[in-house]
Design a protein around this ligand. Structure first.
Ligand SMILES: [Fe+2]
Ligand SMILES: [Fe+2]
Length: 197
């Protein structure tokens, strides 16, 4: 597997300054969360560095790259190809950087939509992507950042609740991936169960 310093150099060349800043923010936040929750530190760093590697691709390129690799493309992804950037980054990680750790590749694959019953590393990347320091201050962010170091499942629930509210208010709901709803339902259950205790 590629060393994180090497991967950082490759990523630097592939993305804009602004995106690189975001990626470094995610990498450092994922590293902090790995320390807090006892996840593998190097895996968190590598996943953070890799997660948006394919974001600069155009819609057309995303679709053709996915097709070339025989990756399954849902109807929502067909209509909103940027949703494929996680899956593609995982595929590139495997091919170009010899990253074969399934937990890292899973975290990168699912970082945009989340999925029900995520692993610790998957929840860490999903959370780090949302709360990293360069993110705009939006309603609820302060509470989410605080919760991230207290209870990760509750944090995932709060992020999904915020994301769905934002997406439903601002964009056409057809652009919301089914996985996002399924993930919300899963973490909402956990949230309700904890509240009932
Ligand atoms: Fe992303
Ligand atoms: Fe990101």
């Amino acid at each position: 597997m590629i060393d994180s310093k090497e991967l950082q150099k490759k990523v630097r060349k592939a993305v804009s300054d602004k995106r690189f800043e975001h990626i470094i923010g995610v990498k450092d936040t994922a590293a902090c969360l790995a320390m807090r929750y006892g996840a593998d530190f190097d895996s968190a760093v590598i996943a953070g560095l890799l997660h948006d590697y394919c974001k600069p691709l155009s819609d057309k390129e995303m679709l053709s790259q996915a097709k070339r690799r025989h990756l399954p493309v849902s109807r929502t992804e067909q209509e909103h190809p940027y949703l494929l950037h996680g899956k593609l980054a995982a595929a590139y990680g495997r091919e170009k950087f010899e990253i074969h750790d399934e937990d890292i590749l899973g975290a990168v694959t699912w970082h945009t939509t989340g999925k029900p019953d995520m692993s610790l590393l998957e929840m860490i990347l999903f959370t780090a992507d949302y709360i990293e320091p360069n993110r705009k201050m939006i309603p609820g962010m302060e509470q989410i950042r605080e919760m991230a170091f207290v209870d990760l499942e509750e944090t995932v629930y709060m992020i999904l609740k915020n994301t769905l509210r934002y997406l439903e208010e601002t964009v056409d709901p057809s652009g919301i991936d089914q996985h996002t709803y399924e993930t919300f339902d899963f973490y909402n259950e956990i949230h309700l169960r904890k509240k009932g205790d």
